[in-house]
Write a new protein. Structure first.
Length: 143
């Protein structure tokens, strides 16, 4: 299967409201493209570097977004922050692939926004999915 097929299937899943399935396929597409771009890096490093490289297509103006890295069950007080790339790898890709579910503090939706962060709660909207599609589809490694 090609990266393009993963992207097409992800978009079909989004249309049908299957957000987690779409995220699995986007994660596969990012992992495949990042492995082609950075064959000597470890999986997580390649994934995060690829997303960070393509951040300008995902985030308006290309700014770096920092997201709280704690879960609601963790002790309050110190909320470590992480880049969007690390968040995607740790809380989306790894949680879905290794545990077959999203963390309780992450929601996926078709609402018309990119990312909404309230405390440690994170909601990824429709524009976020479009951005993921764009960063892989426009990467030379996707061909």
């Amino acid at each position: 299967m090609s990266i393009r097929i993963q992207l097409d299937d992800a978009r079909s899943n989004l249309t049908e409201g299957r957000f987690v399935a779409a995220m699995v396929l986007y994660s596969i597409a990012i992992a495949a493209a990042s492995r082609k771009r950075y064959p000597d890096k470890r999986d997580g490093d390649a994934f995060c570097t690829f997303v960070q490289d393509e951040n300008r297509m995902l985030m308006p103006g290309g700014e770096t977004l920092y997201i709280p890295g704690t879960e609601p069950k963790d002790p309050p007080g110190e909320i470590p922050e992480m880049t969007l790339a690390t968040f995607l790898y740790k809380y989306i890709r790894c949680k879905i692939v290794h545990e077959a579910e999203l963390p309780t503090h992450v929601t996926l939706s078709r609402k018309p926004f990119l990312i909404r962060v309230i405390g440690c709660w994170v909601e990824l909207g429709d524009h976020f999915f479009a951005g993921l599609h764009r960063i892989v589809a426009n990467a030379p490694e996707a061909n």
